[in-house]
Ligand binder design. Sequence first.
Ligand code: KIV
Length: 290
Amino acid sequence: MSTSFTLDTSTSRANPTPAPMKRLTVPRIRSRKQDGVTQDPIVMLTAYTARQAQLLDPHCDLLLVGDSLGQVIYGLPSTVPVTMDMMANHAAAVVRGSYHSVVVVDMPFGAYEASPEKAFASAARLLKESGAVAVKLEGGEAMAETVAFLTSRGIPVMGHVGLTPQAVNVLGGYMARGRCDAEADKIVGDARALDEAGAFAIVVEGVVEPIAIAATQAVACPTIGIGASAQCDGQVLVTEDMLGMFERVPRFVKKYHDIASVISDTAETYAKEVRDRSFPSEAQTYQPKT
Ligand code: KIV
């Protein structure tokens, strides 16, 4: 699959359109795990923009429009202030930039916790406005009724247990979860409750490895780990963390590149060339036709 296509700004579609391909579907993702076994691990990355989606899409099964965009894109202190408008707009951009992956959009804090009906209204709005096909929400047993309500009304739901960043004010920070037995049992129970309620996949975040393994074995649907274990049925990372956009990242992140240095070194070179008038050169300057 080519990743070299660019956005046609008149249609907002990729141009040229890549060779015809069928977008993956939620049932196909769900059925990757059969009788407790996932032969082909599920690949998910976050995406927030159309161009980013274009570049990631051919390599992923799922693109997650995560509410981590609050910190990564908007410089907010946590995901708590993220709004429905932000999620809908970024999700629409990611859908426009992708052809292959299932696009999942995070429900922001405050958009779903109060009742299943409120969750349905928020989820329906996100799917209608963006074209994404599934939502993700945080929380375990307490959210099971909501997950069942949405799934039985046509909205696929990805769960999220363990470290749930929207609950930072209750948890008191972003430390790994499940270090004591009671917490471990709760996290595995949460995963089980979401699975029974019909979640098609569950993100397991920031837990000690034995819990990730226990949760993965306890549920029929795939688990997708982040700071969890290689034994999960798939993995997700925040793309900017993976690319090395930030100096400080959690221990579980593997920085595949140092994109921060590329950007800052390039800006330094550009600034120098503007100041010494070596940019723009002949090559970047229009002249009248002779
Ligand atoms: O918001 C997000 O990016 C997420 C992932 C870290 C799973 O929820």
